[in-house]
Structure formats: structure tokens, C-alpha cells
Design a protein around this ligand. Structure first.
Ligand code: 5GP
Length: 114
């Protein structure tokens, strides 16, 4: 898979505001936050889009969600709540082709999303 900005961030080639890391997952604050808390949770394994996930990635996706839960707790969002979003391909507005879970919180959200 082609290198991309998130893999470069994980490799330490591009600076970021890191908030979490474990063996499988790396998380950092979005450069253009859409909410007071806006964190991107990224697997270290290169995977371009949700369409590229396989059964072998089931545990990895679970670890991404558990990382979101931990970060949300650390940010004080557990009770008021937060939103998690995966964008897949053009219609959803995916711009970086390394899967990432958006964690958004700290303000009231509307539904449906734009
Ligand atoms: P997507 O639209 O692909 O779901 O989300 C990509 C997100 O990555 C956007 O919210 C964008 O602001 C963020 N982003 C893009 N480049 C960088 C970067 O170099 N550093 C950080 N921290 N965030 C980035």
C-alpha cells in the first residue's frame, strides 16, 4: 500500500499531538478539529478503507473502539457522550486512505450528519 500521512505520523516522520498508543493502535488530535475533542484513532497496520477489512481484522477494529472508549473517558466525555465515525471513500468524504476512527465530543451533535 502507498505510504500516507497517517502512516508517516505513526512512524514519527510528521509531528502530531498524540493522545494514545498501544501495540496495534495510535491516536492523535485532528489538525482541523470539528469539535472541542476531535481525535483520530488509527491502526498501525496499513489498511486503506473499511472495504479492505477482512475477518482477520476483527480484533483490531475492536481495539480501535476500545481505544476510543478509553480516550473518551480520559477527555471527560463518558457521561455527556461522544460520536465515533468511520468515513469510507468519496461519498463519505474520506480524504486519508488509512482507516481511522474519528472520536468527536465536547459539544452537542446533530443528526443526521451532513
Ligand atoms: P477523513 O475525511 O479522511 O475521514 O478524515 C481525515 C482527517 O484527517 C481530517 O479531519 C483532517 O483534518 C485530518 N488530517 C489530515 N491531515 C492531517 C495531519 O497531517 N495531521 C493531523 N493531526 N490531522 C490531519
Amino acid at each position: 500500500m502507498a505510504q500516507n500521512v497517517f502512516l508517516d505520523i505513526i512512524a514519527g516522520k510528521i509531528p502530531c499531538d498524540k493522545v494514545y498508543e498501544d501495540d496495534d493502535v495510535f491516536a492523535f488530535r485532528d489538525l482541523n478539529p470539528a469539535a472541542p475533542t476531535h481525535v483520530l484513532i488509527v491502526p498501525k497496520k496499513p489498511i486503506a478503507t473499511l472495504n479492505d477489512l477482512t475477518d482477520d481484522d476483527a480484533a483490531l477494529v475492536g481495539r480501535m473502539l476500545l481505544a476510543a472508549q478509553k480516550i473518551a473517558a480520559h477527555e471527560g466525555l463518558t457521561t455527556r457522550g461522544y460520536r465515533t465515525v468511520f468515513n469510507c471513500n468519496e461519498d463519505a468524504g474520506q480524504t486519508v486512505f488509512q482507516i481511522h476512527l474519528h472520536l468527536l465530543g465536547g459539544r452537542e451533535m446533530t443528526w443526521p450528519p451532513g
